[in-house]
Unconditional design. Sequence first.
Length: 155
Amino acid sequence: MSPKKVTQKSAKSTTAINKKSKGFTDEEKAAMRNRAQELKAEADKAEGESAVLAAIAAMQEPDRGMARRLHAIIKDSAPALSPKTWYGMPAYAKDGNIVCFFQSTQKFKTRYATLGFSDKANLDEGHMWPTAFALNELTAAEEARIGALVKKAVS
């Protein structure tokens, strides 16, 4: 007997022809490209600070001003956090894990900027607690609250 020749069907022939994928949006593609660059940059942690400052400099006002002020507040409140970019946004990590990040209004065309906290942040309080905050401007009261939240997040 001769051995049977094994043939493989292409993946294209096994998928439904009538289904069309909408694919990723331009913003999602840009975020993925940013993330790929960030993974490469993680090898050199010294680049984190300059990458965050460059991401902030690329923002439009008033987000740029808020991001600069947040950067200073976070560095003062939690010096153990390492600045780095995360999907093109300024972010701050502890032991390589993102704890908090800033998302500008331009990033995803939202009506307000966002200060977000990951599940690595120690903000647990009861059975429900906020993980993101909308920001339209920073006053002394918001700055004090953010400083306290960041301290609690890394405790």
